[in-house]
Design a protein around this ligand. Structure first.
Ligand code: ASP
Ligand code: MG
Length: 405
């Protein structure tokens, strides 16, 4: 008998019928003799609806009150699922974040989990009940309802699995695992049986939206056995996220291609080529809490240089405004940019031991006439910034070039 955490996302609990399906799935695992803790998201679309309502009240909704509103979505699904389970004869009990004693810091709308007291849940599990916990929410150190950031239910599930020392945390979603790339773009994409934490973190942060990145980091840190499975179809082992040391087979150079349209490029042209300029530019951007990703500074000629970087597309206008205000003090000749770019990345642990991966990527893109605007690399990834109109083509040809189909 094992203790297993199941997590069901918004689509999986998107209608009464689907909630009943989840209940059946949970009942089946229970009948196999396992202790089950279920974490659920709000019904699909619900959190967006609540965000929109809040914005009708205030342009910048008060963060504490926004969390009060956002947390209601998950409170509905835990209660409904508990009813659905009772209806088929399975004893179950719902827990909001505070009832589960999931304590967070006070950073409303993006709170971090600090501790979980599992006593109450344990007692219910020992009494044979299925424990159902609201994802995405907790209670702050000041006693207020907090939420963990969009997609936060994944993190709730992994944190509960860590606190309860669960044997496995199973994330049920609308895909049946982690794919070599998005199958909607490349029909030949393949489900991976396993993917390492390091690769998953890159894939998750690069726009492959299967898991919230924080949940993967959490699982890596606390050594939670994590699996992604389909909630819409039966059978299949999904994808197990493994630890590198458990992988004895040789890894391919590239295991997945990710893409991300949430990108914009900013150019600061003709700035003085002297110490402190990068700091002046990026310091101002960081002060506005805008995340900078790729950065390029060219070798200067005649004492000036061009400086380019990328930001999330939603921060494009604000970044241009901030820098335009600073243009004179920075001494820049011009500030412009492009918000029709995208990032395509090849990820693979095997890159550490294979040479020529970057060259192969560049050749593949060149053969299609795709211009690379920026490049960034890490030990296990190569990313290129390109015109967004080539996103799907680039993904397809790279997927093929590395034999991922
Ligand atoms: N309901 C929340 C959201 O839509 C949390 C989640 O689904 O994980 O972001
Ligand atoms: Mg999700």
């Amino acid at each position: 008998m094992a203790l297993i955490v199941h997590k069901y996302g918004g689509t999986s609990v998107g209608s009464p019928e689907r909630i009943k399906n989840v209940a059946k799935r949970v009942a089946k695992a229970r009948a196999e003799g396992h202790d089950i803790v279920v974490v659920v998201s709000a019904m699909s679309g619900e959190t967006n609806r609540l965000v929109a309502l809040a914005h009708e009240m205030q342009e910048h909704p008060d963060p504490r009150e926004l969390d009060v509103v956002l947390a209601t979505g998950e409170q509905v699904t835990i209660g409904l699922l508990a009813m659905a389970l009772k209806d088929i004869g399975v004893d179950a009990k719902s827990y909001t974040g505070w009832q589960a004693a999931l304590k967070t810091n006070t950073a409303h709308t993006k709170a971090r989990i600090e501790s979980i007291d599992d006593q109450r849940m344990r007692a219910d599990l020992d009494a044979g009940k299925v424990v159902i916990v609201a994802g995405f929410q907790g209670i702050s150190s000041e006693g207020n309802i907090s939420t963990l950031g969009r997609g936060g239910s994944d993190t709730s599930a992994v944190a509960l699995a860590a606190a309860l020392k669960a044997d496995e945390c199973q994330i049920y979603t609308d895909v049946d695992g982690v794919y070599t790339t998005d199958p909607r773009v490349v029909p030949e994409a393949r489900r991976m049986d396993t993917v390492t934490f390091e690769e998953m973190i890159e894939l998750a942060s690069l726009g492959s939206k299967v898991l919230q990145i924080r949940s993967v980091e959490f699982a890596g840190k606390y050594k939670v056995r994590l699996r992604v499975l389909s909630s819409l179809q039966d059978g299949g082992n999904g994808t197990l996220i493994t630890f590198e040391e458990d992988e004895n087979m040789e890894r391919a150079a590239v295991t997945g291609i990710a893409f991300d349209k949430n990108q914009a490029r900013i150019n600061v042209r003709g700035v003085p080529d002297k110490p402190g300029v990068a700091y002046q530019i990026l310091g101002a951007v960081a002060d506005a809490n805008i995340e900078v990703d790729m950065i390029i500074q060219n070798v200067g000629s005649e004492g000036t240089t061009d400086f380019s970087f990328t930001v999330p597309r939603g921060d494009y206008r604000q970044t241009i405004e901030i820098l335009t205000k600073l243009q004179d003090s920075i001494g820049a000749a011009a500030i412009d940019g492009d918000d029709t770019v995208c990032k395509v990345s090849a990820v693979g642990l095997g890159m550490r031991s294979h040479v020529g991966v970057a060259a192969k990527i560049f050749r593949t893109l060149a053969e299609e006439g795709i211009n690379i605007q920026m490049i960034s690399t890490s030990e296990i990834k190569v990313s290129v910034l390109i015109d967004e109109k080539y996103m799907e083509l680039a993904t397809r040809v790279l997927h093929k070039a590395f034999d991922l189909g």
